[in-house]
Design a protein around this ligand. Structure first.
Ligand SMILES: [Zn+2]
Length: 297
């Protein structure tokens, strides 16, 4: 992996999860998100060593394993490295089984405990609340971006670069995963609208294959996709379906890839879309012979 410049002192290390890097003249730096596992932690260290950089802070957009799975080893490599996250995400990092329990509804069985969903727990050293954030004598901004997860934060660097974590997806990722993961659809839509008001020059979502220079088009594409999913689900529920039947039908029609972890991620996400539609009076549900059916009203 190599360090790529975005603007001014803001760089990133490209990966399956991009790692943001903000550098200073004395070689201290700040990281935003790490990655999924120890292999990624070693690659990040090698990249920082090659650039004569030493991280002082590691900011976390949210407590999903593919964003903090490399935190533990990075802290071993760099004693004193301060791990920061929002109070809402901290519990999911301190007890990494918590996210899986929420996703599955109970202690998960072995096949779901994959690196994408389950990383080594890590202690958060300090909380970050939304608002101005002074680190390395520079002014950053933490932006509340709930929807994908409740305590999700995006980080704006002094160079006008927004590291948006999973609050927004690159259109190529939306094409591959047509059901954008949201825990709270209403909050996600509000976040997309509020992000559009931010003054930014560059945007880098965590799973983006490139730096985005036209964020307006990306906010719009994300909003379009969420609304398209809402309409598609409402249409499919013209006939009563259980959540599992709805997922199977949506996956078939939209080409959603489903392996064991993706099955549970998409089932949880469909549950969020159902809650939104139901709370907006567009769906009803009924229990029949032990099955819970949802249908359009
Ligand atoms: Zn995530």
């Amino acid at each position: 992996m190599q360090l790529k410049k975005i603007n001014g002192h803001t760089y990133y290390i490209p990966g399956a999860t991009n790692t943001g890097v903000y550098t200073t003249k004395n070689g201290s730096c700040l990281l935003i998100d790490s990655g999924i596992n120890n292999t990624v932690a070693r690659k990040i260290r090698d990249t920082l060593v090659a650039g004569n950089l030493k991280p002082k802070y590691l900011l976390t957009t949210h407590g999903h394993a593919d964003h903090f799975g490399a935190h533990h080893l990075l802290q071993q490599f760099y004693p004193g490295l301060q791990i920061l996250a929002s109070p809402g995400e901290k519990p999911f990092m301190a007890d990494s089984l918590l996210g899986l329990k929420a996703l599955y509804g109970a202690i998960p069985f072995a096949e779901i405990k994959v690196p994408l969903l389950y990383a080594r727990s890590v202690t958060v050293d300090a909380d970050i609340d939304p608002g101005p954030l002074k680190l390395l004598d520079q002014r950053f901004q933490a932006v509340a971006t709930p929807g994908h997860s409740a305590g999700h934060l995006a980080f704006l660097t002094p160079d006008g670069v927004l590291f948006s974590g999973d609050a927004v997806y690159h259109p190529a990722i939306l094409a591959k995963y047509p059901l954008p993961f949201l825990q709270d659809v209403g909050a996600g839509l509000t976040t997309l609208a509020s992000l559009a008001d931010l003054e930014i020059k560059y945007l880098l979502p965590a799973h983006s294959p490139e730096v985005i220079t036209d964020p307006g088009a990306v906010w719009a594409e994300n909003r379009r996709r969420v609304n398209a999913c809402l309409e598609k689900i409402a249409t499919l529920l013209a006939r009563p379906l259980t959540r599992e039947e709805l997922l199977a039908e949506l996956a078939r029609q939209e080409g959603i890839p489903l392996d064991m972890p993706q099955y549970f991620l998409n089932l949880a996400c469909i549950s969020a879309f159902i809650s939104y539609l139901k709370d907006h009076g567009r769906l009803a549900c009924a229990l029949e012979n032990g099955r819970l059916y949802f249908f359009a009203t």
